[in-house]
Design a binder for this molecule. Structure first.
Ligand SMILES: Cc1cc2nc3c(=O)[nH]c(=O)nc-3n(C[C@H](O)[C@H](O)[C@H](O)COP(=O)(O)OP(=O)(O)OC[C@H]3O[C@@H](n4cnc5c(N)ncnc54)[C@H](O)[C@@H]3O)c2cc1C
Length: 506
């Protein structure tokens, strides 16, 4: 019987997994202990999310008000991509990858945009959200219940505060135990199943099941059980980040989106929290030196850069060959990492934690069949996520540096992405192009990115009936936008109100 679970690692992945398992195993006789090194710090970055995180927080029984107050949370409704197209051809340029579905008002708006002269951006044309973002509005008002939005949203938060908020919740609500110990070795039985974790004081800790959330080191699955790492840095070229925290004033406006500004060898993230910005310069070390990167970051931040301490973080791009081996499952950075664009890591962590919690094995004999499914599904998630991120670099028309040129080498694309981009040169993407429910990024995400970046199919004239429908949708959207601009408070205004009054419980 599986009765004692160890989660090794107390970063975002460890505590998210603890909440998933704690919630699903509540009331059973299974005991969960999170074991965390007192000396190895968690990575401390990862402050952008996607909307599915709301489902998990709600499932854990977390109060959205407490979460917002305690983790310096701001709302994220979009990623605003700046200068991902050639400035010489398009001037300074941007597009929004919104969290609202592009077909809220109907599919005809997309067809109408494609067959028009496209004087308006795609996101503006199909959604009510782009204008709300540009006007710095919150996605809800103080009277909208917790976890409900008038526009789609996720969050930005302080990564360290988020992990400790999840820890407190897991301990209080699900009785998860917490132990400080650095694991340096394991004992296995004759079948290769881990029986003990061994810490640096030679204590042997007995467990039936191990979840490796130890970050990039993959201390158990990678280092002790020797599951290979598949390096994909030849496909996705950004391998380094320089990060900074920039203080802001409590009166500054808060953009309700992540800003992702492309540069000659990668891109810069800019995430506004309540009293600081988290800024990260992501680049390919083969295409730019650290010195150049710091100069560019200085240029981006101006005088603010001078008094700040930049931190360099090497990025390990790739994934484990498998994620579940015998009685050990990796979740978080120990599974793999793409790069920070589109905030995919916490999404895949959350997905994996949820998947494991839905069908947690009670006996050693049950493991094989569940592990096979888990490995297949999580592998699909990783590979389709690699494709989605690669798409951003491949379809850009920038060729102002070797980085952008190298990104367009066909050898850096998977066969599936190669065939999709070829297809989408002629045909608009359709739901059926995304054939699995494990496509965490599907039609709506691809529409915003492809059309935001002017990667357009051949188009035909709209039929009379479709034109009529599109016009109705335009009118409906216009009315909804007018209403929202009255109803929605400023982003900063809502954050201040939540601090004072809280949101309504559902
Ligand atoms: C530059 C950068 C930017 C990112 N931006 C985003 C983003 O915007 N959005 C997003 O979704 N994700 C982002 N990520 C990913 C995000 O940071 C991670 O998904 C998230 O923080 C989870 O990390 P983790 O818990 O797996 O690892 P870590 O935070 O590294 O935690 C590892 C834990 O394991 C413990 N540990 C390690 N070894 C041992 C051992 N031997 N014994 C005991 N304990 C051990 C450590 O003490 C620590 O508690 C980013 C990552 C990078 C590198």
């Amino acid at each position: 019987m599986i009765k004692k679970i160890a989660i090794v690692g107390g970063g975002t992945a460890g505590w998210l997994t603890a909440n998933h398992l704690g919630q699903s195993l509540l009331g059973t006789d299974i005991e969960i202990t999170l074991v965390e090194s007192p000396t190895i710090p968690s990575i401390g970055v990862g402050e952008g999310t996607v909307p599915s995180i709301r489902n998990s927080l709600q499932k854990f029984g977390i109060s959205e008000t407490d979460f917002i107050r305690e983790c310096d949370v701001t709302f994220k409704q979009s990623i605003k991509f700046v200068n991902w197209l050639d400035k010489h051809k398009h001037g300074e340029n941007f597009y929004h990858h919104l969290f609202d579905h592009p077909h809220i008002f109907g599919e005809e708006l997309t067809d109408q945009w494609l067959s028009s002269d496209r004087h308006q951006q795609y996101a503006d044309n199909v959604s009510k959200q782009a204008i709300c973002c540009e006007k710095m509005r919150a996605p809800k008002s103080i009277s909208t219940p917790e976890f409900v939005g008038l526009n789609g949203y996720a969050y930005h938060f302080d990564a360290k505060k988020f992990a400790s908020f999840l820890m407190n919740h897991a301990q209080k609500t699900f009785a998860i135990q917490h132990l400080y110990a650095e694991i340096i070795d394991v004992n296995c039985d004759q079948d290769g199943f881990v029986t003990h974790l061994i810490d640096n004081e030679k204590n042997e800790l007995s467990f039936d099941f191990i979840i490796d959330c130890s970050g990039f080191s993959a201390a158990i699955l990678g280092e002790k059980l020797n599951v290979d790492f598949i390096d994909r840095s030849n496909e996705l070229l950004t391998d380094t980040a320089i990060t900074l925290q920039v203080p802001t004033s409590v009166d500054d406006e808060i953009p309700p989106y992540t800003i992702a500004t492309a540069h000659q060898a990668g891109w810069i993230w800019d995430i506004a929290l309540t009293e600081r910005r988290g800024v990260g310069f992501v680049y390919s070390s083969k295409h730019m030196s650290e010195e150049q990167a710091k100069k560019k970051l200085h240029h981006y931040l101006g005088n603010k850069f001078t008094h700040l301490k930049p931190r360099k973080i090497p990025i390990k791009v790739g994934r484990r060959e498998k994620f579940w081996h015998k009685n050990c499952v990796a979740i978080g950075l120990s599974q793999g990492f793409v790069e920070p664009l589109e905030a995919t890591a916490i999404l895949i962590t959350d997905f994996s934690g949820n998947l494991l919690s839905k069908r947690f094995p009670r006996n050693k004999e049950d493991i094989d069949i569940i592990a096979t499914d888990f490995n297949k599904q999580v592998e699909y998630v990783w590979d389709s996520t690699f494709d989605f991120i690669k798409l951003h670099y491949f379809i850009s028309d920038r060729d102002d540096s070797l980085f952008w040129v190298d990104n367009k080498q066909p050898s850096t694309l998977s066969e599936k992405l190669k065939s999709n981009v070829l297809k989408w040169q002629s045909f608009s993407p359709i739901r059926e192009d995304f054939d699995s429910k494990f496509d965490l990024f599907d039609l709506e995400n691809y529409l915003y990115v492809l059309f935001g970046m002017n990667y357009l199919p051949k188009t035909e004239q709209l039929s009379e009936q479709a034109s009529l429908l599109a016009q109705q949708q335009v009118d409906l959207k216009k009315r909804r936008v007018e209403q929202l601009l009255i109803e929605l408070p400023s982003h900063r205004g809502l954050i201040n109100k939540i601090a004072k009054f809280g949101l309504q419980k559902l």
